[in-house]
Design a protein around this ligand. Sequence first.
Ligand SMILES: C[S@@+](CC[C@H](N)C(=O)[O-])C[C@H]1O[C@@H](n2cnc3c(N)ncnc32)[C@H](O)[C@@H]1O
Length: 321
Amino acid sequence: MSTVRQALQFALDENGGTIPFDTFMGIALHHPQDGYYTQNVRTIGGRGDFTTAPQLTPALGEAIGQWLQGEAEQRGWKRFNVIECGPGSGALAAAVTKSFGWLGRRKLDLHLVETSEPLRVEQQKRVRGTWHPTVEEALVACEGRALIYHNEFLDAFPCRLFRKESEGWTELQLKVIEGKLQEVFLPPTRPLPVSTVFAREWATGQRIEVFKSVRDWMRGMAGSWKQGAMLTIDYGGKAEEIYHRRPGGTLRAYRSQERLHGESVYGLPGRQDITADVNFEDLAMWAGELGWETGTLKSLAELAPDARGADIFRCISFAKL
Ligand SMILES: C[S@@+](CC[C@H](N)C(=O)[O-])C[C@H]1O[C@@H](n2cnc3c(N)ncnc32)[C@H](O)[C@@H]1O
């Protein structure tokens, strides 16, 4: 039995035979010894399980480079710290630094936040910088002053998954039935997370995802971030866009470039990516709680018209003044 399967079995035993979906996703993707991201991701791109925009063209990196220049100029920063969270293959960081040119590159101190050993090795082949296991540690190294960006990073965080019932909400739990992990929806045993979704009207049966762990991540870094801006790019948007004609929600897995739904999401824990769309209204609300200034939610096409999937991706910026 793989270490991830053993950890899942342990969690199931500890919880009386069912585990909340976010516990499953956290173990499958981030188990320290055997999680998909921590150990088993081979690479990102054509030879990996999924491809992201930076693998295909430098357009996104160039647009982020311009955003960084603008933010630094606005603050009068001649030399500045840049933190990329979840750099994947390192292709984005390479395109960003290249966009500064040989001279401009000296203005920038690059910090990379990565928990994946195999991906850190790939990144180190492509860029020079300082690696940190958490954004808090990166911020401390930058004395709290930094421009931060990330692409397809938040969607790798564990999410909680709910279903609208005629009376209230149930939460997705997983249980072993006939030797396989299967879905069961039960009344939540924990408080509902803070999210914009619960105040909306939904049809009965609608499934929605809430990235409570992202709110925790934002709250965790808030104390160490003193000044700067953050650019967030991901799949998703406003709740009404994300769930339009998607009563089943947005949960999916990727393996060898194939998009998997339903039971296949649970098939090979630790050996495939699992993800869902990011609700940017939640991000804005959680940033507001922390006193961060939130920019307008945009289509990525407005920032990087030539990036792959620019019309599908969304971006938003936050400022810590
Ligand atoms: C979907 S990949 C995106 C890669 C890259 N940004 C790109 O656009 O190609 C997610 C990245 O985030 C990293 N990651 C996921 N969760 C993380 C966490 N909690 N802390 C740091 N890195 C994380 C993964 O190892 C991987 O590098």
